[in-house]
Write a protein that binds this ligand. Structure first.
Ligand code: ATR
Length: 288
């Protein structure tokens, strides 16, 4: 029997999720339908789309820009949130809470929200063979993307963590907010500074700003160096990666993170484990 999934966004035509999830389904030999679902940018439309999908027998939905907060609010008051979704303040994966359904709640009250974005980063970095245990890590950016990767990085066993941002107050506010929300983060001291003041040698620097979309460049200090540089953006030449590649660092864009977060969503929905490296190789061959 065909299992049905969607990705909800606005815009959504560009989404690579259908192609990625079909590769996962082929790998484990199940039949799925995975559609892009456009939705007007308002809460009532989003809720209607989600409820219609699950009432129609849908198994799982991915949620992308601009609906991740709406999906969070929707799950918070209904079927609940995973710890990662709570800390990220955003949901990228919706499913039905089976315990609530079995307890007799209607489908609309059983919507459960998870967030696999940050763990998708860990999944990709692990595939790259970049060591995280004890690593000195800097994240640049203090918006939604940075917020989602802090808990997974700490859980992966990193050593020092520095959060740098153009607007310093946003970095310090984010650290105090997350420390209050998560005992794991609270037990791990996080340094903060402005992006221009970020100096020293790091094992890993992650660009979690949205600057790749703007064509601007980050003000990176000459005294800033790293072994590995990761940009959460993908699909274009990224000046952040070019900067560190020219200084001898190994680099990666965020396409593998996209595959990693998708695999984790797929695993939540189906209970099956994906060989992500093999799926990534298949996708690379498909686009060659
Ligand atoms: P996202 O959800 O993608 O993280 P966001 O919440 O709007 O998007 O956050 C964007 C991040 O990119 C912020 O850290 C922002 O810095 P500020 O907090 O100072 O605004 C950062 N950013 C965006 N454009 C930037 C630029 N031109 N230079 C430096 N940082 C930039």
């Amino acid at each position: 029997m065909t299992q049905h999934f969607i990705v909800i966004g606005n815009p959504i035509a560009h989404s690579k999720s259908p192609q990625i999830h079909q590769v996962f389904a082929a790998q484990i030999g199940i039949d799925i339908g995975y559609q892009r679902q456009y939705c007007p940018d308002d809460t009532a439309s989003f809720t209607a789309v989600v409820e219609a999908f699950f009432h129609g027998g849908g198994i799982g939905a991915n949620v992308t820009v601009p609906f991740k907060q709406m999906a969070y609010d929707c799950s918070l008051t209904r079927g609940g949130l995973s710890e990662h979704a709570k800390v990220a303040g955003a949901v990228n994966t919706l499913l039905l809470n089976k315990d609530l359904l079995e307890a007799g709640l209607p489908i609309a009250e059983a919507l459960y929200g998870d967030n696999t974005d940050g763990q998708g980063l860990i999944n990709h970095i692990t595939r790259l063979g970049w060591p995280l245990n004890g690593a000195r890590v800097a994240i640049i950016g203090a918006g939604g993307a940075a917020r989602g990767v802090i808990l997974p990085l700490i859980q992966a066993g990193i050593g020092q963590l520095t959060l740098a941002n153009r607007t310093m107050s946003k970095a310090t506010d984010l650290v105090s907010e997350l420390s209050n929300a998560s005992p794991t983060i609270n037990q791990h001291p996080i340094n903060t500074c402005t992006t221009a003041d970020l100096t020293g040698h790091f094992d890993l620097i992650v660009n979690a700003t949205s600057i790749g979309l703007s064509g601007d460049t980050l003000p990176l200090a000459d005294e800033l160096a790293c072994h590995s540089a990761y940009d959460m953006m993908y699909g274009r030449a990224l000046p952040f990666l070019q900067h560190f590649a020219a200084r001898g660092a190994q680099t990666s864009d965020g396409y593998g993170m996209l595959i990693g977060q998708a695999a984790l969503s797929f695993e939540r929905w189906t209970g099956q484990v994906i060989d992500v490296a093999q799926a990534a190789a298949t996708l690379k061959n498909q686009s060659a």
